[in-house]
Design a protein around this ligand. Structure first.
Ligand SMILES: CC(C)(COP(=O)(O)OP(=O)(O)OC[C@H]1O[C@@H](n2cnc3c(N)ncnc32)[C@H](O)[C@@H]1OP(=O)(O)O)[C@@H](O)C(=O)NCCC(=O)NCCS
Length: 161
């Protein structure tokens, strides 16, 4: 029997800030100030989503709308979505929450006519790479020494066209 998801996805609200920052600190070494989260939200609210379970925020995704060179055809300047951060609390993982967050943010990007959706992921973060693979992202290139500890990043990209 298929399990019914017990979470809902909705747009980030200012009241969610503490919860989102706590998830960010728990799950990722890249942490940001409150004003950074609020600024990302103000610029593209539809790209900042939270997953809620029993009135508690258990995951989030935040994306930025950018313009830049395409990852696939080097001389084309395109509108693209940058997934800045996504995380789900450990006790709520493997329930499809991140997949749903990534897909819904992708739909917001399509509505804004973004042509591509990209992100950076640590070379060592195989579980996240698996997640993005399954959602149709392809490895585009690596960036050496991208992270504070000197680790390389893989840039993964998905066409939204
Ligand atoms: C990566 C992360 C966001 C995934 O969240 P999640 O809600 O558990 O992901 P989903 O349930 O949607 O997983 C979908 C698929 O991704 C892959 N996947 C996710 N976590 C995995 C893991 N720990 N090991 C192997 N594959 C994994 C699987 O293919 C999974 O499908 P399955 O459960 O049917 O096998 C979560 O593990 C997390 O918050 N990690 C720490 C923060 C982080 O690394 N963020 C990404 C930075 S780029």
């Amino acid at each position: 029997m298929e399990m019914t998801p017990t979470f809902t996805i909705r747009g980030f609200e200012q009241n969610d800030l503490d919860g989102v920052m706590e998830i960010n600190r728990t799950c990722l070494p890249e942490n940001y100030s409150a004003s950074f989260f609020l600024d990302v939200h103000a610029k593209f609210p539809e790209g900042f989503l939270v997953a809620v379970n029993d009135n508690t925020v258990v995951g989030y995704i935040m994306c930025r709308l950018e313009r830049g060179f395409s990852e696939t055809s080097k001389f084309r300047f395109v509108k693209k979505g940058h997934m800045i951060s996504v995380a789900v609390l450990p006790e709520h993982r493997r329930k499809g929450i991140a997949s749903e967050l990534v897909k819904q943010a992708g739909r917001s990007l399509v509505e804004k006519e973004a042509e591509e959706y990209y992100l950076e992921v640590r070379v060592s973060n195989k579980s996240a790479q698996d997640l993005y693979d399954r959602l149709g992202f392809k490895q585009a290139r690596t960036i050496s020494f991208y992270y504070h500890n000197g680790e390389d990043a893989i840039v993964m990209n998905k066409s939204l066209m």
